[in-house]
Design a protein around this ligand. Sequence first.
Ligand SMILES: Nc1ncnc2c1ncn2[C@@H]1O[C@H](COP(=O)(O)OP(=O)(O)OP(=O)(O)O)[C@@H](O)[C@H]1O
Ligand SMILES: [Mg+2]
Length: 255
Amino acid sequence: MIAVANQKGGVGKTTTSVNIAAALSMHGQRVLVVDLDPQGNASTALATEHRGDVPDVYQVLVDDLPMADIVKQVPDMPNLYCAPATIDLAGAEIELVSLVAREARLRRALAAYEAVEFDYIVIDCPPSLGLLTVNALVAADEVMIPIQCEYYALEGLGQLLRNVDLIRAHLNPTLRLSTIVLTMYDGRTRLASQVAEEVRSHFGDTVLKTVIPRSVRLSEAPSYGQSVMTYDPGSSGAMAYMDAAREIAHRATVS
Ligand SMILES: Nc1ncnc2c1ncn2[C@@H]1O[C@H](COP(=O)(O)OP(=O)(O)OP(=O)(O)O)[C@@H](O)[C@H]1O
Ligand SMILES: [Mg+2]
């Protein structure tokens, strides 16, 4: 169970969650994407209805609706499933505060859902360190942090890492920072390679060897309700996410 988190907005959390999940599912793994962002971007990208009164993650977290009641199979992707988020989830950040075990609502819901077996559960976090992200970190075994190869990329990372440490100390002792993925890499700029180098010197092997390039196809795919894996499998973005998924799957077998 992997939480894809970074409180910085627009760094590629959703693009990474959706495309790695799609890539793993195309290799025969059963994969569930939990959309934990009220923006519902992952639900959109996976063509999963998330408007109106569609039952969603909000109802699971706040009203104790069983996970099984909201999970949908992704169209044309037989091994891929999505737990959608509607805009209602925006209220959860506040409503959760007064609930019992507010940090562990997602963990509980996923534990009760074990009946259906998934090889991977990928949780797409919102761009904040609030209770939704805390729920993801408490539920997950691993954290994956996408880092955009830009100048401000490392600002705020310390705060995220401190939060991961706090959650490990108090709420989820087995949580580990397993993966950093460099996104939106533009090979033509020195800055991108400098950022990549700096991240690698800090985090070593935690950083995937595969770097995700800037690719227009990656940003187009969601408007067709598709991952880039089906939208344009030969594009540089699709091939990079396929390699990234392979690295992640390989790590899971050796560790
Ligand atoms: N490698 C890439 N090449 C080109 N565009 C990209 C790439 N990765 C992401 N994008 C685009 O950048 C924008 C932000 O990406 P994305 O939505 O994945 O980030 P996010 O971290 O989930 O954002 P938020 O914090 O709002 O949830 C989107 O428009 C997406 O299509
Ligand atoms: Mg997102």
